[in-house]
Design a protein around this ligand. Structure first.
Ligand code: 5RP
Length: 227
């Protein structure tokens, strides 16, 4: 079974959680795309809000009814992928540069389901570089302040500006992404707090105490994990 088979199985299992009348948040990435496709195939009477322009295009193309988050208010269910799933369903997200809209949609949702292939499950967060969304104005100064914040957490590395085709990657919000290759995040809550306190940092990809359940595709089927 390939990683993509596992992502597909997890996405399809999560789509079965949706019910008619629900307001549903749609995640971003290759795993979330399997969820969106399986959800659309069910042809339920639901209203959806996307976490990125890419997901908005995918969902609308498949016939899902799309709304702005503020038009829906509290959501019943959000399903999204992750880059790492650690202890207590602590997560690293943002590999697809959608972390800010993802976190806004997750926080608006009564139930959040993370879906992934088996390789995403880790015993300690940090092998996957932590994405940090930063406003472009003064971003090199912000990078220096992020380094100071990382040192407070005993992480002595400099985050790197995410580039594509010779230019900084721009998020859907017009911001930059810095990736912090922490290696090992011993205290995710401490790191989350100090990063949020840096002026110029809009948000980071640590999703703590947000996931209610994980559905992970494995060689022996979809395994459900609760915090
Ligand atoms: C996008 C994300 C994605 O959910 C995360 O990168 C996982 O992606 P994939 O399902 O393609 O492995 O956080 O910002």
């Amino acid at each position: 079974m390939t990683a993509d088979d596992q992502k597909r199985a997890a996405g399809e299992a999560a789509a079965a959680l949706a019910e008619a009348g629900m307001k549903v948040g749609l995640g971003t990435g290759s795993t979330a795309a399997w969820f969106v496709k399986a959800l659309a195939a069910r042809e339920l009477d639901i209203r959806c809000t996307p976490t990125s322009r890419a997901t908005a295009d995918l969902g609308a193309g498949l016939g899902l009814r799309m709304f702005e988050l503020d038009d829906l208010g509290e959501l019943d269910l959000t399903v999204d992928g992750a880059d790492e799933i650690g202890p207590g369903l602590s997560l690293i997200k943002g590999g697809g540069a959608a972390l800010l809209r993802e976190k806004l949609v997750w926080e608006a949702s009564r139930r959040c389901v993370v879906i992934a292939d088996a390789a995403k499950k880790v015993s300690t967060l940090g092998a996957f570089p932590l994405p940090i969304e930063v406003i472009p104005f003064g971003h090199r100064s912000t990078q220096a302040r992020i380094c100071d914040a990382l040192v407070e957490c005993d992480i002595g590395i400099a985050p790197r500006l995410r580039m594509k085709d010779g230019a900084p990657v721009l998020t859907d919000n017009g911001n930059y992404i810095y990736d912090a290759a922490c290696g090992r995040i011993a205290e995710p809550a401490l790191l989350a707090g100090v990063l949020k306190s840096v002026t110029g940092v809009v948000d980071h990809g640590l999703f703590l105490d947000l996931a209610d359940i994980a559905m992970i595709g494995t060689a022996s089927g979809v395994v459900t994990i609760e915090p």
